[in-house]
Design a protein around this ligand. Structure first.
Ligand code: MG
Length: 263
């Protein structure tokens, strides 16, 4: 989930990062299952049910369900299809078909500590240009994460992300941004998906960020739907979204939203 920000920047202790790592492992495991289950005819409500059961079975709680007040978010996942950018509400009435692009965002809490993670997949095969958008958005996330090293600034992260989008001429979503994460899903600082090298807050070891570019096949602009949540591209073009939660260490960024065998 993206945000406009809240609360203060905190430096996390190793024991706190360990809880976020546990939350992140749960999310990575759930996303692996959802990716394997995804098929033509499935509803986004079914994906939400699988995720809700897995969060419960892991002894964690959802970061998303009940979040906010516009109205409270009803799902444990956001499921954003095609021109939906982020914050799509999962529904038993939203049936996926071959050729759809679907972005799944999920967050959970372990012992009071959050992790937040998103992936974009397709149902069956899609035109090359659509797959390219997805691959570039993932690379944008990876470039942003690689720039999250002590001594860099937040502008370096945003610039790294933005540069990947510019290579392809993709739109970059600006009103929704990455964020600090820890005891709250959304903490300061905001981590925009654009920026100037050397600008903004200094990145320090112990900071934890959710880095989450959203790239559009068309322009930058987005609109929030009447349901109070679903964000769509203004021009109806497809959009992709990737997100990992990371901890900045002296050695560089550590991915927290990965399976145990990935570290
Ligand atoms: Mg997020």
């Amino acid at each position: 989930m993206g945000t406009r920000g809240a609360s203060a920047v905190t430096i996390k202790r190793p024991v706190e990062i360990e809880r976020m790592r546990a939350a992140g492992r749960i999310l990575a495991g759930i996303l692996d299952v959802l990716e394997a289950e995804l098929r033509d005819g499935m509803t986004t409500g079914e994906l939400d049910e699988i995720a809700a059961r897995m969060i419960r079975d892991a002894g964690a709680t959802s970061s998303f369900k009940g979040y906010g007040s516009n109205p409270p978010f009803p799902g444990v996942i956001c499921a954003s299809v095609n021109d939906e950018v982020v914050h799509g509400i999962p529904s038993p009435r939203r049936r996926l078909v071959t050729g759809d692009l679907v972005s799944i965002d999920i967050g959970c809490i372990v012992d009071g500590w959050h992790a937040d993670c998103a992936r974009t997949w397709t149902v069956g095969s899609v035109p090359h240009g659509v797959q390219q958008l997805i691959d570039a958005t993932r690379r944008g996330m990876e470039a942003g994460i690689a720039a999250a090293v002590p001594g860099n600034h937040l502008g370096d992260i945003g610039h790294a992300i933005e540069s990947v989008a510019h290579e392809h001429g993709y739109g970059i979503v600006r009103p929704f941004v990455g964020h600090g994460i820890g005891r709250a899903m959304h903490e300061e600082p905001q981590v925009p998906n654009y920026g100037r090298p050397g600008a903004g807050m200094l990145v320090e070891a112990g900071m934890c960020f959710a880095i989450e570019p959203m790239f559009n096949l068309g322009g930058d602009d987005v609109r929030v739907a009447d349901d109070g949540w679903t964000v769509r591209t203004a021009d109806g073009a497809l959009s992709a979204h990737f997100e990992n939660t990371i901890a900045v260490s002296a050695d560089g960024p550590e991915l927290l939203t990965v399976c145990a065998d990935a570290n």
